[in-house]
Design a protein around this ligand. Structure first.
Ligand SMILES: [Zn+2]
Length: 460
């Protein structure tokens, strides 16, 4: 069994990972709120925890990975009202785009992707448990969580109640017994979607959905709860408190948080107008380039998204695909299980050290370029592919890669090779990839027309 160490925010230390059941590792990751197209910052946890998922799958027999979708909240309501469309119309639209982009990022499908609005009953049953145990109370149509009843509230984010109040991270409201208390259920407002409940028509608080969905799909106690650092307080702190109040113990053993993403050294914000849309980035760059940049910094550190990092990622991937191209017998690259001296696996096992893993891949790449002997090249290419698979890169045929990533005029031979790649993608029903290839050809002024007899291309 390979060793895995993870930094646990709960203990503030690096810990050996020991699953509750070694035959089924369970992980929950807080997914996106679908009110608008995701930005590049939203893609960071998706890609990082996809690598953790790949690693866990490599080590353990079975991994259950749940990543939710928040499809009801104030921002969604506001946006739907702004556009005069129903909540579901907006959320379905954003989820559609999200799924397309997840496929382009080579994300493996998760075990479950529950949506909040499909789990209102489960949330209500947790509220009932909290009411019964005295952790929740009703006031002016609201149901609130009684924070001061929770022993060690703040244990995850390491804040004391007084600090939280002084930092005015809490909203004072007349219906609260204490300013720290947070909402589990709020009454229906004019026009906003609401659900009937024993506590009156209304809608759930945000934190409650993750408590309900993790409980439903992973049980009362599971292994890993993960998400962005910005979710640690209040979201994860409150989830933890809710499950403790309802079920009497801590919901997860390991709490793993990724650092934030800056765009050219600045925090992305609407007012600065520097929000980078994931959709736009994936129109310009191959998903593997985006993935490479996102894995280029250690997950706990702040990542600076900039043009230099993108160019470096592209150069490294070109070099790697160039190395793979030196092996003329690609069929033989199918992985052969031999992890005895797998440095990439070791780097990832050491608290998911993706920059070190990429460094090893670059080293193998250089060895391939220097090797010469075909049997050595083949062996090293196999090691390269195997390591890259854990990071979710080098998943293309090398012949498809170069026309896509090079900035130069595209040749007929390269167009044909891309047309073939697109045909393959369509046959495999990988429509996001097929669409991406079409867009990439279009960017090189190549137009595709799909006919009954097949697809044809022409220069514009
Ligand atoms: Zn959550």
């Amino acid at each position: 069994m390979k060793k895995l160490q993870l930094y646990n925010s709960l203990s503030n230390s690096l810990e050996d990972f020991v699953p509750i059941e070694k035959n089924n590792v369970r992980m929950y990751v807080c997914g996106p709120t679908v009110y608008a197209s995701p930005h590049i910052g939203n893609a960071r946890p998706m890609v990082i925890f996809d690598v953790l998922f790949r690693l866990l799958k490599k080590i353990y027999q079975k991994v259950t990975y749940v990543r939710n979708i928040t499809d009801v909240d104030d921002k969604i309501n506001a946006r739907a009202r702004e556009r005069s469309i129903a909540l579901e119309e907006l959320t379905n639209e954003v989820i559609g785009e999200l799924h397309k982009n997840m496929a382009l990022l080579n994300l493996l499908p998760v075990s479950n992707e529950p949506r909040a609005t499909f789990h209102i009953q489960e949330m209500l049953s947790i509220i009932q448990k909290l009411m019964d145990s005295g952790y929740a109370y009703a006031s002016h149509g609201h149901i609130l969580f009684r924070v001061r009843k929770m022993p060690n509230y703040g244990m995850l984010s390491k804040r004391s109640l007084d600090e939280m109040i002084a930092g005015s991270r809490v909203e004072v409201a007349p219906y609260k017994e204490d300013p720290m208390d947070f909402i589990l259920w709020k009454p229906a407002e004019d026009g906003s979607p609401s659900w009937d409940s024993p506590f009156g028509a209304g809608r759930p608080g945000w934190h409650l959905e993750c408590s309900a969905m993790s409980h439903k799909y992973l049980g009362e106690k599971f292994d890993i709860h993960a998400g962005g650092q910005d979710l640690m307080f209040p979201h994860h702190e409150n989830e933890l408190a809710q499950n403790y109040g309802a079920f009497g113990h801590l919901m997860a053993n390991y709490w793993v948080h990724n650092g934030m993403l800056l765009a050219d050294g600045q925090k992305m914000s609407k007012s600065l107008g520097n929000i980078i849309s994931l959709d736009e980035i994936l129109r310009q760059y191959d998903g593997e380039i985006v993935r490479y940049v996102l894995l280029g910094s250690h997950y706990q550190k702040t990542l600076n998204w900039n043009q230099q990092a993108i160019s470096q990622a592209k150069r490294s991937l070109d070099r790697m695909y160039g190395a793979l191209r030196l092996n003329n017998d690609e069929e033989q690259l199918e992985p052969e299980e031999n992890d005895d001296d797998d440095k990439v696996l070791e780097a990832l096992g050491s608290n998911l050290n993706t920059p070190l893993a990429l460094h090893y891949l670059r080293q193998i790449t250089e060895k391939i370029h220097e090797a010469g002997d075909p049997s050595v090249v083949r062996k090293l290419c196999r090691t390269l592919r195997r390591g890259a698979k854990l990071l979710g890169i080098l998943e293309r045929n090398c012949e498809d890669w170069f026309p896509i990533s090079s900035g130069e005029e595209i040749t007929e031979c390269e167009i044909e090779s891309l047309m073939e790649a697109r045909r393959r993608a369509k046959n495999e029903k990988n429509f996001p990839l097929a669409d991406q290839i079409r867009a990439q050809l279009l960017e090189k002024n190549i137009k595709i027309e799909d006919m009954k007899s097949g697809s044809i291309w022409s220069r514009k």
